[in-house]
Design a protein around this ligand. Structure first.
Ligand code: 5GP
Length: 304
């Protein structure tokens, strides 16, 4: 008789069980380390996906849902929705993906991280720079003269100025609406500007433009530009610089209607903001608006 009651079933030898436990603990540690490196940006998600084809690497045993949750602003709900759209079971591990599933996931990751190397697909372009350098004027010039460029329309909690239109210049929303968008991870980046109102870039239209291969421009502040760099490393960051320090001082403090303290505060901010230029991919000097806009357009529309 070969039947055994559970108590009699031949047990795994003690040594093997210990070895298996140790291997399982080591594999869990390796996966935790892998997730940490993905979260911190030390490891690119595309490289991890590529490496997961090798069954000896921890990448192969990482669940796709956990992999997706290492992306900025992706929690469990978002990951599950993405898996559903990609036609991948929530329990699937990276190493167990079919060829088409792998292709779909790779495309999704490329678009999500702005690393799209498809020829003719320009990356997202971010225009930032110090306060009062004239980003808004350059962006408005591009809007008027180069209709092939899409513009992200930000949400803001500040009230509209005369002539500004909802859905064109900004979506003017309440603090509660802003909070709701933040909670739903609907913003690609956001910042409180000048310690006052909040501004943010809706994520959906940016991803849509990337998917359709259309060039898109974001005109945002420096804090926002840094967030885009962290979450979409493939985005192109352009710094708009003043023709000279004196010119910036002139634009910032104007005719000196502020007191000495306010004046000093603005100058200090300008010094810090100017120092950020080195973090950017390109610097454009804003001496003439039309030339600065042309320079920007040439960068955005060139196909390399
Ligand atoms: P304004 O209130 O004068 O239109 O804009 C004030 C500042 O907010 C500008 O420096 C502009 O670049 C910045 N800004 C506008 N939209 C956004 C956005 O979506 N995100 C961030 N981070 N800054 C923004």
């Amino acid at each position: 008789m070969s039947e055994h009651t559970p108590a009699e079933r031949p047990a795994m030898p003690e040594v093997d069980r210990l070895a298996a436990n140790r291997a399982a603990v080591a594999a869990r540690r390796a996966r935790a380390d892998l997730k940490q490196r993905l979260r911190s940006g030390e490891l690119s998600p595309l490289k991890a996906l590529n490496d997961s084809a090798n069954p000896d690497l921890p990448e192969a045993t990482l669940r796709v849902s956990e992999y997706l949750q290492t992306f900025p602003a992706v929690g469990e709900t978002k990951a599950l929705r993405a898996l559903d759209e990609l036609g991948i079971s929530p329990r699937k591990r990276l190493g167990g993906l079919g060829r088409q599933q792998r292709q779909r996931l790779e495309e999704f990751v490329r678009v999500r991280s702005g690393v799209d190397e498809t020829p003719g697909r320009p990356p997202l372009t971010v225009l930032a720079g110090p306060t009062a350098v004239g980003k808004g004027t350059v962006a408005a010039y591009v809007r008027e003269h180069y209709p092939e460029v899409r513009h992200s329309v930000s949400v803001t909690t500040r009230p509209p100025r005369p002539g500004e239109r909802h859905g064109v210049h900004y979506f003017f929303i309440t603090d509660e609406e802003f909070d709701r968008m933040l909670a739903a991870s609907d913003l690609l980046e956001w910042a409180t500007v000048h310690n006052r109102y909040r501004y943010g870039t809706p994520r959906g239209p940016v991803l849509e433009a990337a998917l359709q291969g259309e060039p898109m421009l974001l005109e945002i502040d420096l804090q926002g530009a840094r967030q885009v760099r962290a979450s979409m490393p493939g985005a192109r960051l352009v710094f708009l610089a003043p023709p000279s320090w004196e010119e910036l001082v002139h634009r910032l403090v104007g005719r000196g209607t502020e007191g000495p303290e306010e004046r000093e505060r603005r100058l200090e901010t300008a010094r810090v903001e100017l120092a950020a230029a080195s973090e950017f991919d390109e610097v454009i000097v804003n001496d003439e608006v039309d030339l600065a806009a042309l320079h920007l357009i040439n960068l955005m529309l060139k196909s390399d």
